[in-house]
Design a protein around this ligand. Structure first.
Ligand code: SAH
Length: 373
């Protein structure tokens, strides 16, 4: 158990913020670059080890600031090499972060909130309720933690985390400022140095924030679509009632407008008997016409509170065939780490729930049964 402190968490600051911080201390702004290189390139979080800062400055920094990492409560290694960490923050909330190694790259699935407010019916994070937004420091600390824990492989200059997907717990666009600042640090060469194309933000479709993001930090965009019509999407992704499919797809088009070769990734969970028919595949093709798109089919990952079932392999194949025949690039996302509950939609952490979501879910579960054929 960590203790909460009043010290400034240097991970909360992007390069400009850190420069301002040093200027306020009466120091030169280049100190920001030095500190960031220690943290993000070398994985050093002990200020006293930052040997190119004078002892006087280190002591001064130590007295007012820190680099706050969460505590790892458990590590679950999966048979397929995926690693899931349960990370506890100073206030006792726990989040989950997943590292997915693949040939030539390492993808980190990062959480943005403790719990989630959106209540999607197929997602286990939703059953946890909501406690708070993660700070910028809480978000970027997941990357620092993963790089430190895995370590730089011998003979490879690259850090282990080469790609980030904002697809962990929470809706990143409901925590806009902190997520954007964290992504700036990920992208900054003095920070994690990950190109924008290798940072993907996944949203359930918070349209106004998608439009704002385009202006400030145009990372790769993924959208959790999951249904080809409003009637079904209203039930699976309730925020659809506020921002229906037409509005959402308009925002998607706008996001990649004027950027040749860029496409929006549409995530589509395959749920048996709910959204996986050939007719629905054709409907999906129709609504995506004119949108620079690729589709990621995600076999539904079960969790105890859900009655939904994963589509059969044949249904997934047939669905994919319809999309591919229409010219849509479509892949079926490999399920990674499901033996350790690290797969999409299985991240739960420990949320000191401030809502009454857990109670409400019980009621919803009853309603959801009505959706299944
Ligand atoms: N709130 C954001 C970020 C979470 S991303 C979003 O909705 O996009 C997590 C991805 O996993 C989303 O595409 C989500 O829809 C999907 N997902 C959630 N529950 C799932 C489940 N049980 N099985 C498979 N995918 C799931």
């Amino acid at each position: 158990m960590q203790t909460e402190t009043d010290k400034i968490n240097l991970l909360d600051l992007n390069q400009q913020g850190l420069k301002d911080f040093f200027i306020q201390m009466g120091e030169k702004p280049f100190r920001a670059t030095q500190v960031m290189k220690w943290v993000y390139h070398e994985g050093v979080v002990d200020i006293q080890q930052m040997t190119n800062l004078s002892k006087v400055l280190r002591d001064q920094l130590d007295s007012m600031a820190e680099i706050r990492l969460p505590e790892c409560v458990t590590e679950h290694p999966s048979a397929d090499g995926t690693r899931k960490w349960v990370l506890e923050m100073a206030d006792g909330n726990r989040i989950e972060t997943v590292f997915i190694p693949e040939k030539g790259r390492g993808t980190l699935c990062v959480s943005s909130q403790v719990g989630c407010t959106l209540n999607c019916t197929f997602c286990s994070t939703a059953t946890q309720g909501f406690n708070r937004n993660l700070s910028t420091g809480d978000i970027i600390a997941q990357v620092v933690f993963a790089n430190r824990t895995i370590g730089v492989k011998e003979g490879r200059a690259e850090l282990p985390v080469t790609n980030v997907v904002m697809m962990g717990m929470g809706e990143p666009l409901m925590n806009f400022d902190n997520v954007i600042r964290a992504m700036e640090i990920m992208n900054d060469d003095i920070g994690c140095g990950i190109s924008k194309r290798r940072i993907t933000l996944s949203t359930s479709g918070v349209v106004p924030m998608m439009l704002r993001m385009r202006e400030v930090c145009d990372v790769s965009l993924a959208v959790s679509l999951h249904a080809p019509d409003d009637e079904l999407r209203d039930q699976l992704v309730p925020i659809n009632k506020k921002y229906p499919i037409k509005t959402l797809l308009g925002a998607c088009k706008h996001y990649v407008e004027g950027k040749p070769r860029r496409r929006v990734t549409f995530e589509y969970i395959m749920i048996d008997g709910v959204n996986d028919s050939r007719k629905q595949a054709k409907q999906l093709v129709r609504i995506l016409e004119g949108v620079p798109a690729k589709v990621n089919l995600i076999p539904f990952n079960p969790f105890p509170q859900s009655d939904f079932r994963r589509s059969t392999a044949e249904a997934i194949q047939a669905f994919q065939d319809v999309l591919v025949a229409s010219g849509l690039t479509t892949i079926v996302r490999k399920t990674r780490g499901d033996d350790i509950d690290a797969a999409c939609g299985q991240l739960v952490g420990k949320v000191h729930d401030r809502t009454r979501r857990q109670q409400k879910m019980q009621q919803q579960k009853i309603n959801v049964r009505g959706l299944m054929q």
